[in-house]
Design a binder for this molecule. Structure first.
Ligand code: KMT
Ligand code: NI
Length: 175
């Protein structure tokens, strides 16, 4: 994985790298509650999931075929790229392909986390983020859930008043 500031060139294809010129260290990510691991086997993933009380998982393959045709696929990609948060922590483990998770840093700058096969990312509840494929146009990822498979996105700015948002902001305030 590599994490760096996004160049904010929103008129350029979201699947491009958008490298803004400055990388972030794992320590800097940790300060906003974002954790990263590289897992070479599923046992290492299982261990993390167990430690953090995860109970279920599914596999998502982001292709038009797997997501119900070109229109449903395009709609799904739009949903993932709309800035949102979740009320629970999210773990994503890349099984094949690549993806970008953009997360908002403290000063509201976008940080792009570039994930490849074997990378595992943990996003805390309440952090604003979005997801896009890379120019390779393919990812197969394991999604881990603390409840039964459930993916609810609350978009910005509606989520500004969400208690999980306030809790998250409090948790990183001292960093
Ligand atoms: C999210 O919450 O943005 C996602 O789950 C993106 C798709 S998983 C590769
Ligand atoms: Ni999300």
């Amino acid at each position: 994985m590599k994490a760096y500031y996004h160049d904010n060139q929103d008129d350029v294809d979201q699947r491009e790298a958008h490298f803004g010129g400055e990388e972030l260290t794992p320590e800097q990510l940790k300060q906003i509650g974002v954790l990263y691991y590289h897992c070479n086997d599923i046992e290492s993933v299982d261990k993390i999931a167990k430690e953090r009380d995860y109970v279920s998982r599914d596999v998502i393959q982001i292709t038009p075929e797997k997501l119900g045709g070109p229109e449903a696929y395009a709609e799904k990609l739009r949903t993932f790229y709309a800035e949102h948060l979740h009320e629970d922590e999210e773990i994503r483990y890349i099984l094949e392909g690549e993806g970008y998770f953009d997360v908002r840093e403290k000063n509201d700058r976008w940080v792009r986390c570039s994930l490849e096969t074997g990378d595992l990312l943990i996003l805390p509840a309440g952090i604003y983020h979005r997801f896009t494929l890379t120019s390779k146009d393919y990812v197969k990822a394991l999604r881990l859930f603390k409840e039964q498979p459930r993916w609810v996105a609350i978009n910005r700015p509606i989520a500004d008043d969400n208690p999980y948002r306030s809790e998250y902001l409090t948790s990183i305030a001292a960093n």
